[in-house]
Write a protein that binds this ligand. Structure first.
Ligand code: ATP
Length: 336
């Protein structure tokens, strides 16, 4: 049984999600103590518990300590079964993080899967649905698995109630992924979404993006929707080749002006445009696990404590060897 101290390193929920993913893929049981010890509300929140239950269901696992607020979990995986599943967070907790927890197992399973995921689809501190669709999954497709996702309803904090579907065509053996050279930037777009809120909020965000990045009107789009249980707003800035795009997100929140939300996202986009790295901080977090399964290399804008902690947890389950080299203006991450 692998023993993990959830208070080490960054001490957050990613340690648990990575352990669940790799317990399934490698069929190794683990026990984690001090779950999310460095977060304000430690222990399993609804999103983490849903991830545990989802992993237990697709991997026929036995669990101990899988209750709300629990700070200790034992997880003993069985056999992975692809198929039809529905997982609902039940709050506005991130459904994309639940999806990413079980994806490594299902993308290497013997059968295809069809998933329905419910909860938040555009949450702070989680990949928004669009990041999955435009950034993460196109890269995964280069490794073999074909994963199609479709948004059915937006879910924002605090009302939640979003839904997306995923179809996973697994592959027997993952191919290594090498992303050391950034391709030409041929796609630039900023999308501001307002759910049950005034269109003027989205317009102010796009004006700000256009001001910071000097983008023309045809690179800006407003999406107004009433198809969400609560109000919500995000602005997302896409930069890439239209097949693989980095997505930089500003999340609207009460008490923060639309201008500030958009300026922060534009600032991240500008820093990315000025760098030579392929992966921004968030994509870096999320590439480590697939690359540890298949090998490969990528250039990153930076390697955060979040990413370094993720490497530590991955190394407990897999013999992958990570090499991290600081270069001028970026970091080269290689996985063997
Ligand atoms: P928890 O809050 O559950 O303890 P954590 O603190 O370990 O989780 P976070 O740092 O909140 O984890 O990040 C969760 C994941 O969401 C990481 O992979 C991170 O890169 C990703 N993420 C956060 N914000 C964004 C964003 N704007 N775009 C894409 N991915 C994001």
């Amino acid at each position: 049984m692998i023993r993990i101290d959830g208070a080490s390193g960054e001490g957050g929920g990613q340690m648990l999600r990575t352990a669940l993913s790799l317990a399934l893929v490698t069929r190794q049981p683990f026990r984690m103590e001090n779950i999310r010890a460095k977060r304000e509300k430690a222990g399993l929140l609804r999103q983490h518990l849903t991830a545990v239950m989802a992993a237990a269901e697709v991997g026929e696992a036995k669990t101990e300590g899988a209750t709300l607020g629990s700070k200790t979990l034992e997880f003993v995986p069985g056999k992975i079964r692809g198929g039809d599943y529905r997982f609902a967070v039940g709050t506005a907790g991130s459904s994309t993080l639940v999806f990413q927890t079980i994806l490594p197992a299902l993308m290497t399973a013997a059968e295809p899967s069809r998933l329905t995921l419910e909860g938040g689809t555009h949450n702070m501190q989680a990949p928004p649905f669009d990041f999955l669709q435009k950034t993460f999954l196109p890269l995964l497709a280069r490794m073999g698995p074909q994963v199609r996702v479709k948004l059915e309803r937006y879910g924002f904090y605090p009302a939640g109630g979003g839904r997306f579907l995923a179809e996973i065509m697994p592959c027997e053996k993952l191919s290594a992924l090498v992303l050391t050279e950034r391709g030409a930037t041929t796609h630039r777009k900023a999308v501001a979404i307002v759910a049950n809120l005034a269109r003027s909020i989205a317009q102010r965000e796009l004006d700000m993006v256009s001001h910071h990045l000097n983008w023309p009107a045809d690179a800006l789009e407003i999406i107004e929707t009433r198809d969400s249980p609560g109000p919500g707003n995000v602005v997302m800035i896409e930069i890439g080749d239209g097949v693989f795009d980095e997505v930089f997100t500003g999340f609207g929140k009460v008490g923060t002006s639309a201008e500030k939300v958009a300026s922060d996202a534009a600032g991240e986009a500008r820093a990315y445009l000025a760098s030579r790295a392929v992966a921004d901080e968030h994509l870096t977090d999320q590439l480590l696990l697939p690359l540890a399964l298949a090998g490969g290399a990528f250039t990153a804008t930076k390697l955060s404590l979040h990413a370094r902690t993720n490497i530590e947890v991955i190394s407990m389950f897999l013999p992958a060897r990570f090499s991290v080299q600081e270069r001028e203006g970026f970091v080269l991450v290689e996985v063997k």
